[in-house]
Design a protein around this ligand. Sequence first.
Ligand SMILES: C[S@@+](CC[C@H](N)C(=O)[O-])C[C@H]1O[C@@H](n2cnc3c(N)ncnc32)[C@H](O)[C@@H]1O
Length: 315
Amino acid sequence: MENIENYKKHVSVLFDECILGILENKDSEKEEWIADLTFGGGGHSLGFCEQNPSIKILALDQDMDAINNGLKIIADKNYQDRIFLHHDNFKNVQQIVEKNYLHLLKPEKQFLGILMDLGVSSHHFDQGERGFSFMNDGDLDMRMNQVDEESISAKDVINTYSEVELADIIYKYGEEGFSRVIARNIVEKRKEAKIQTTKELENIIFHSYPSKLRKGRTHPATRTFQALRLYVNQELEVLEKTLLVAATLLKPKGRLAVISFHSLEDRIVKHEFRRIEKDRPEFKVITKKPIVPKSEEIKRNFRSRSAKLRILERI
Ligand SMILES: C[S@@+](CC[C@H](N)C(=O)[O-])C[C@H]1O[C@@H](n2cnc3c(N)ncnc32)[C@H](O)[C@@H]1O
């Protein structure tokens, strides 16, 4: 399970925009805290530390590979007294702060900035055995937190849910027009043998598409794999619940920066930020339009092409 030796380099997206967007209101000498709720490969956390020597970071990730790799990076950089890394889901950030950090967050007991760089890291896609990618064969798992005993894998979902439940998940979280036929074919195929791998599932989805649409720009499996990943990790539900919690942990002039990678996520961030701004006059959305990567960044890192950054400030 621990793939730390092979932890694939994740290229941080909208790096300067996040670092500068959050540190803009930083008084250069004073110790300030940032919460990086999605540590991943640690690129953004290191960027904050390198940009300003008086920054300290509370960092979270729900993936054990990211934590083991992160602990190694922190030790290599000698940042043990600057970056404090926890294995947890960001939905628990308030409890983590209350339990471990209130005495450190002096004097306001709040954060100058909070970053949520959503979704999975390159490591997840590149590590075939994690089951996130139909490009690499592997066990159909897709759990970011593999040590959570209550978590359910994509294999469990594919092999035990009813045809209607599968079709609804594929439609709701993947906006897939062929959700019903894909679900029907999954249920037919699993009567012969349990569906175990990403390539088996990819093959079923591929043949569920009409033949003239199989070779389009987007691979037929893209939406179904997205749907399963979002469902297995409850990504949209957790995001929706956490945005207000995170906002309330900000100090005045503190900023919550959220990077999303697809329209379902961005819609939640946009609506939730608007709702917070409307209900609570102490908050203001400072990105009327989302910040998107420049063309040079997209050329350098194709994965960044769909990124959108929105920032909320506590006035
Ligand atoms: C896009 S990567 C972050 C990359 C990071 N900013 C960097 O520069 O390397 C997202 C990370 O967030 C983690 N993650 C996603 N949802 C999470 C959640 N609800 N709680 C904690 N970690 C989460 C994933 O495991 C993954 O490592």
